[in-house]
Write a new protein. Structure first.
Length: 197
């Protein structure tokens, strides 16, 4: 698998740019659309911590295990959320996609499917990943449904796995897709995105 390096990914509706400090205000506005930081099962930054969120993502990139993106709507130029490659393990040609969240007004639109299509295409077809994984809180049912709609398979649950922001400990639901499963999943995603809104 090739090294995960900063890259801009785009289609005619969204653009994924490597996350930088210049995106902090846009992220803050996107998170305010629905006050998403109040959801205990997500990684959305609180307004006063948006810069810190970006700085931690940049530090994780420097350490080699995360590449975060700002998700930008092409027509408006607005930052509408964020997603990342993370838990990058070149030795086994594996990475995960996560830290994903979108402004409430962009949820249940084309944004997630478009972003995931771009990220998965780059992971499988450019980087040469043999497996892409996802993980989510056991109580984040919306995220679980969204991951399943991508064509990922539920691998299982890691119990008592990670701290939530409120100090409780979550179980983590794990999903994955292999390179062999990608062509069919890609065809399905392209079909979904071609359907009228």
């Amino acid at each position: 698998m090739l090294a995960v390096a900063p890259v801009t990914l785009a289609d005619d509706r969204i653009r994924l740019e490597p996350l930088g400090l210049h995106h902090a205000d846009g992220l803050k506005r996107a998170a305010a659309d629905g006050e998403l930081w109040n959801l205990r099962v997500t990684s959305v930054p609180e307004p006063e911590d948006t810069r810190g969120y970006v700085e931690r993502a940049l530090q994780a990139f420097a350490e080699g295990h995360r590449l975060a993106f700002a998700v930008i709507e092409v027509t408006s130029g607005e930052v509408v959320g964020s997603s990342s490659y993370h838990d990058i393990v070149p030795a086994v040609e594996r990475l995960e996609i996560g830290y994903t969240w979108y402004a409430k007004s962009r949820q249940h639109t084309h944004v997630n499917a478009s972003a995931k299509l771009l990220l998965m295409t780059h992971a499988f077809e450019t980087l040469g990943a043999r497996l892409v994984g996802w993980r989510t809180d056991n109580f984040n049912f919306a995220s679980q449904r969204a991951i399943e709609r991508l064509g990922a398979r539920r691998d299982g649950v890691i119990r008592h796995h990670a701290l939530r922001r409120d100090g409780t400990v979550r179980d983590t639901v794990m999903y994955s897709m292999t390179a062999g499963e990608w062509p069919e999943a890609k065809a399905q995603l392209l079909w979904r995105l071609a359907q009228p809104a």
